[in-house]
Design a protein around this ligand. Structure first.
Ligand code: HPA
Length: 235
């Protein structure tokens, strides 16, 4: 048990999928895993462990934003020995070519700050996805014929953003989408020698101001879970 996760060491698998929303963790576990077992409910941040095609996997909510994700990812890696972490979540499109419902696989992620920024000081560290996970997820997405974009994203500290000038620069430099967790996940994975990837669906758009209705998010979320599972166990 850790401060924020009430599971025993045996309860947590070495591969963890991390949706932001703990209810999504429950839905994904009940929909895609065999024999899902509730392994954490501290602060309502639900986590479940079960099997997928014979592989043990945990689906643990991360909460929103890098400070929250950092707590769960640190404890999963350092105390439970987790080796593969895949974020499954939503993002806001930043390029016209990136449409609602499209999939974004985050190859790199830029940020203004992360909970890890203090250790880098003047260094602009470049958090990057694990290549084996990224290429396997790209193949799984292609099989499903989902429109997929692979490239740089932005991990923001704010949903209600007050820096349109910064967004303009990112758009100009080809950043595909914005979300709020991946940079810290990739940085922790680099620090502790783990594999990480963020698989994202475009749920809203910064340029067109469109947003996906709630009832259509479930289908996209299910596709992401399947792509993440296939990528995690692709070898
Ligand atoms: N901004 C930040 N995070 C997000 C967004 C957004 O527009 N959409 C989904 N996650």
């Amino acid at each position: 048990m850790t401060i924020h996760i009430g599971a025993t060491p045996e309860d947590i698998a070495q591969t963890v999928l991390m949706p932001g929303d703990p209810y999504r963790a429950r839905w994904a576990a009940e929909t895609f895993l065999e024999s899902p077992k509730l392994v954490n409910e501290v602060r309502g941040m639900l986590g479940f462990t079960g099997t997928w095609h014979g592989h043990r996997v945990t689906i643990q909510g991360s909460g929103m934003g890098m400070p929250s994700l950092s707590i769960y990812a640190n404890e999963l890696i350092r105390d439970y020995g987790v080796k593969t972490l895949i974020r499954i979540g939503s993002c806001g499109g930043m390029q016209e070519s990136v449409k609602l419902r499209d999939l974004v696989l985050a190859m790199t992620t830029s940020s203004v700050s992360t909970p890890s920024s203090t250790i880098f000081r003047e260094l602009a560290f470049a958090p990057a996805a694990d290549w084996s996970l990224l290429s396997a997820a790209a193949k799984a997405a292609a099989k499903k014929e989902i429109d997929t974009h692979i490239g740089g994203i932005y991990s923001s500290d704010t949903f209600y953003d007050e820096r349109p000038d910064l967004n303009e620069q990112m758009e100009r430099h080809g950043i595909l989408a914005v979300e709020m967790e991946a940079a810290e996940l990739y940085t922790l994975a680099a620090r502790y020698g783990c594999r990480a990837l963020a698989v994202l669906t475009v749920s809203d758009h910064l340029k067109t101001h469109e947003a996906l209705p709630a009832d259509q998010r479930e289908k996209s979320f299910g596709d992401m879970v399947e792509i993440a599972l296939e990528a995690a166990f692709s070898e």
